[in-house]
Design a protein around this ligand. Structure first.
Ligand SMILES: Cc1cc2nc3c(=O)[nH]c(=O)nc-3n(C[C@H](O)[C@H](O)[C@H](O)COP(=O)(O)OP(=O)(O)OC[C@H]3O[C@@H](n4cnc5c(N)ncnc54)[C@H](O)[C@@H]3O)c2cc1C
Length: 358
């Protein structure tokens, strides 16, 4: 899998290979009750990814693969031993790998329910995107580009973690049908003065309400309402002082936000109190190894929510209980991120080829 990415242009270089620095960071983090999860990482960067995907795409076309773009599938119908995908164009298929990503996960869940496919509920992660001066993350970036840091919070003993760190990157908006979320990315050539990461509080619901998707969607819709259809941005100083941010207060910060389309507001009106307490305590703890993180000028953007909670029971080939109906990628509930999504698609595709004797 890794070879395929590099064959199509992913950089050869890894981050997180210097064992000595990894051990030092682990020790440093552990002193403050922070778990540092190390691992080798290949950073591609947004503009690189575009080029890599373009090469993947051309390769598929060269193999004679037909691609139907701009064809949003509204419905999946089951016709005896075949599937009919109903969109602008209809597609008749003997095998189906459904991989609509996070954007299509809710739609797929509805379709799966209609087709009688059983789904299970899993946890979700709810939080904010934190943006701060790039210099204060630089010592950690040298050890691992996107360091995964986890803490247990003091009040609720919940798990809070950093995710998707973008040194000198950008905060961006993710649009869904009913709400908006925030995310972050890093360009290869255009660097900013700021670094951002997601800070997420792990939520697991049990009896009597298990449907974390609906809970997460309710939070996302509330935050979207409070932000007037845009993400909310708040200075950490304003959050600590229990007041909303305004354009004027944002201008007093030492850094400028990389995403300028957010509404200055009050995140405490949008996120559940338990999540907010977790995030504030998590930030304080992380400040021990990223000194300056809890400075007044740090920006928080909300909502950042990771939906990968609808999980399809599958066999080892990613096939659901409906024969020849496979799921892959983020929407399957088994993956988070590019590499796992790609691997799950490969597993399903290889299983189909094997069944067809190819
Ligand atoms: C800003 C940003 C930064 C990220 N950074 C990282 C990172 O650094 N590292 C990492 O590993 N991951 C990152 N991710 C996550 C990564 O992009 C996803 O995990 C990965 O793309 C999931 O792959 P997928 O194939 O499951 O879904 P996707 O890549 O989301 O593809 C699903 C496709 O299905 C289409 N679709 C949905 N519904 C329908 C429908 N009904 N009919 C037809 N088509 C439909 C969608 O339009 C989309 O094109 C980032 C995501 C974002 C948004």
């Amino acid at each position: 899998m890794d070879d395929t990415f590099t064959r199509f242009g992913a950089p050869e270089k890894y981050s997180g290979e210097d064992q000595k620095s990894l051990v030092e960071l682990k020790k440093d983090a552990a002193r403050f009750g922070i778990e540092f999860i190390s691992g080798r990482q290949r950073h591609m960067g947004t503009s690189h990814v575009r080029r890599i995907i373009a090469r993947f795409y051309q390769h598929l076309l060269d193999q004679g693969i037909l691609v139907s773009l701009d064809n949003r599938i509204e419905q999946i119908e089951r016709r005896e031993d075949r599937f009919l995908l109903v969109g602008r164009e209809k597609i008749d298929a003997r095998y189906l790998i459904a991989a609509p990503g996070r954007a299509g996960a809710y739609w797929l869940r509805e379709e799966a329910g209609r087709l009688g496919i059983i789904t299970e509920y899993g946890p979700i992660d709810v939080g904010v995107r934190v943006e701060f001066p790039a210099e204060i993350y630089a010592p950690i970036e040298k050890v691992m580009y996107d360091a995964k840091l986890r803490v247990r919070t003091a009040t609720y003993d919940d798990m809070v973690r950093t995710f998707c760190t973008n040194p000198r990157g950008f905060v961006v908006k993710e649009s869904y049908d009913d709400f908006i979320l925030v995310n972050g990315h890093a360009e290869n050539d255009t660097k900013t003065e700021n670094t951002n990461f997601a800070l997420l509080s792990h939520i697991e619901l049990t009896d009597p309400v298990e449907d974390t998707t609906e809970y997460g969607r309710a939070i996302a819709k509330l935050a979207t309402t409070i932000g007037g259809g845009r993400p909310i941005i708040q200075r950490l100083k304003d959050l600590k002082n229990g007041r909303r941010s305004t354009d004027e207060r944002l201008r007093r910060a030492m850094i400028s936000p990389t995403f300028t389309g957010a509404t200055p507001g009050d995140i405490s009106m949008a996120l559940p109190d338990r999540v907010l307490v977790n995030l504030r305590e998590g930030l304080e703890q992380l400040n021990n190894i990223i000194p300056g993180l809890t400075a007044d000028s740090t920006f928080l953007y909300a909502p950042e929510i990771k939906f990968y909670d609808t999980r399809y029971p599958v066999n080892p080939s990613m096939e659901t209980q409906i024969p020849r109906f496979y799921v892959a990628g983020d929407a399957s509930g088994h993956c988070r991120g590019i590499v796992y999504s790609a691997v799950s698609g490969l597993i399903a595709a290889r299983a189909i080829c094997a069944r067809e004797g190819d």
